[in-house]
Design a protein around this ligand. Sequence first.
Ligand SMILES: CSCCC(=O)C(=O)COP(=O)(O)O
Ligand SMILES: [Zn+2]
Length: 259
Amino acid sequence: MTTPPSAAAGDGTNDHLVQSTDPDHPANLIPSLCAKFWTLGWVTGTGGGASIRNDDLVYIAPSGVQKELMKPSDIYVLSLAAQQSQSLHPRQRVYLRRPPTLKPSQCTPLFLAAFTKRGAGCCIHTHSHWAVLVTLLLEAHGSAEFRINNLEQIKGFGRGPGKAGNLGYHDTLVIPVIENTAHEEDLTEFLEEAMDRYPDAYAVLVRRHGVYVWGETVHKAKTQCESLDYLFQLAVEMKQLGLAWITDIAPTVPTRSAA
Ligand SMILES: CSCCC(=O)C(=O)COP(=O)(O)O
Ligand SMILES: [Zn+2]
């Protein structure tokens, strides 16, 4: 369904775009997911958030609000097709629905990068302590990549957009790290560059800030984000215990061949 951009904006015209009794409707799901993420420390103090794409429509949270207290009526809706068909400045957006007293999330261009460059259906941004700590540990080693292998949870990740199946136990999960910028929007070009350099990655870490994680569906974005946070925590705790969190050494235990 498309609504002409002329009927857009905060005049209440397109409120139906965020009104549904279906708990899985993006306007209901973004607030309920963010309320869960807040309990995990992922969207504390208004930081972080989530965005969902349903075909042409993108649902976005407001900026600077307590993400765990959002309501469906706070949600912005924009059209990707209208965005692409008009020769707009990259920072101009075509909103079909805009809550009058709020501003759209500063993460909007980053979420849009996941939707347009990767065809994602959902993108989650967290300020998780574990994500930030991992970037600090990597910074101490001058590294711009988080690499981890030989852990069961790695199987929670897809091999890459358009590729069948998930990573295997001995595969190495690689997540690029980009440097933080003073304003969230200014991260966009660096995030896009990292997406080009790592075409199979489903996430990008932002040094001293957090992580962006996406997936083809809300389910995949959420489970990949959970798996990644688990691996970040494990990596930090392994470091504290003096254990290396990666091994490129081939397994020494002979694998049993199928009889
Ligand atoms: C204290 S949060 C600073 C901005 C930020 O990093 C973020 O993730 C939230 O941005 P939003 O505009 O969605 O509030
Ligand atoms: Zn942020």
